[in-house]
Design a protein around this ligand. Structure first.
Ligand code: HEM
Length: 354
């Protein structure tokens, strides 16, 4: 965790990234270390939709898989961005009333894991239902009663439930899925950095319904199989998958509600500025069965990497070009890639790292 921006120790050589933005001047940058640990998703020169789900086991030290929940150098900036979105649009945090037990489950899982993974940054003390939570990067030392939402300290915009309380201290989005009637239902979530979808629109939908727009071939039964697999998820045996897309500018909030703010960026891409403007967007999605509620926590942790940075890693550029050229037309259309494939491939060819 030497690369986290805050708190800074006097004379620390660690750069301070807390003032980076994912909007406005888009001052977000990746350090060389962040480029090296970027979860580049492709193991071969082609891509097709698949389950690609694997156990969420600890990975190598320093990798994004080292801990269940990855905290990195963009922590402060991402927490900031979430606060901006929630202030502008409270509909990015919604929970149906029956999801309260799941919200507490989520708070317990995240606080417990962060304290275990990053003891220099976070600490949790439990005395029965009396909990003390310390978040050193954000300067919090909070005491509350587990299970009593009114005992949680309010957020900057008013009272918060357990899901919002802890999500405001995390990188990445979260949804909580209720399991009933042989299906999973998207009944709560905090979504301030979605890839082109809307929590408000999808709230209350089931797994098959919210995947409706995805052009998976029906004969593969992809979502039916995924649903069946996830309904068997066990407590203590989380799983993960990677999803990829591209985005213009290093923008986290590409939610449908914010389309007027970011849709026009797509017209500003030229062959000259493509390397700086176009970003690969990786979602590290992890899923956890929760013990009291039997709900599933779906965590969507987002990583951005400009094409200019991507081509500095040997092999990544040519492989990405191979993947782009292999895509079936329906995936090109769904991912909004049609105008960009040729310019991206030309850029990757011109900048192939040795
Ligand atoms: C259970 C938690 C999950 C949630 C909340 C979720 C949610 C979503 C949403 C909202 C979309 C975008 C749909 C749209 O365009 O409106 C999507 C896309 C997709 N999801 Fe899921 N998903 C989940 C799990 C999975 C799993 C387990 C799989 C494995 C098969 C999967 C595969 C996909 C694929 C292939 C896409 C299209 C991605 C792309 O082309 O960029 N999802 N998901």
């Amino acid at each position: 965790m030497s690369s986290l921006s805050a708190p800074q120790t006097a004379g620390s050589p660690v750069p301070d990234f807390s003032d980076q933005t994912f909007r406005g001047a888009y001052s977000f940058r990746n350090s060389p270390a962040a480029i090296r640990r970027f979860p580049y998703p492709f193991a071969e020169d082609r891509y097709a939709y698949s389950m690609n789900v694997e156990p969420h086991l600890p990975g190598p030290a320093g990798s994004v898989f080292e801990h269940l929940f990855d905290i990195d150098e963009h922590y402060a900036a991402e927490v900031n961005d979430r606060a901006i979105v929630l202030r502008q649009d409270p509909s990015r945090c919604l929970a149906l009333p029956h999801m309260m037990a799941a919200q507490w489950d989520m708070l317990e899982l995240i606080t417990t894991e962060l304290a275990k993974s990053y003891p220099a940054l976070f600490a949790l003390e439990r005395a029965g239902s009396r909990w003390r939570w310390i978040n050193r990067p954000l300067g919090f030392d909070h005491t509350f009663t587990f299970g009593a939402a009114e005992s949680l300290p309010p957020g900057p915009d008013g009272p918060v439930g357990p899901m919002e309380y802890i999500a405001r201290q995390m990188q990445g989005d979260f949804t909580l899925l209720d399991q009933r009637d042989n299906n999973l239902w998207l009944d709560a979530g905090v979504l301030t950095s979605p890839g082109n979808w809307s929590l408000d629109f999808n709230l209350g939908m089931n797994f098959i319904e919210w995947h409706g727009p995805v052009p998976a071939r029906p004969e593969t039964q992809l979502f039916e199989r995924a649903l069946h697999y996830l309904m068997g998820l066990r407590v203590g045996a989380p799983v993960r998958r990677l999803n990829w897309s591209t985005t213009v500018e290093p923008r986290l909030d590409t939610g449908l509600e914010a389309y007027p703010d970011w849709g026009r960026h797509r017209q500003g891409v030229t062959r000259e500025n493509l390397g700086e403007k176009l970003h690969m967007r990786i979602e590290l999605q992890s899923l956890y069965r929760l013990p009291r509620s039997n709900a599933i926590l779906f965590s969507i942790r987002c990583y951005l990497l400009s094409l200019a940075d991507l081509v500095t890693v040997p092999g990544w550029g040519p492989r990405f070009a191979g993947v782009l050229q292999s895509l079936p037309p329906e995936i090109v259309a769904y991912k909004g890639l049609a105008p960009y494939i040729d310019p991206i491939c030309d850029y990757l060819a011109a900048h192939a790292a040795a």
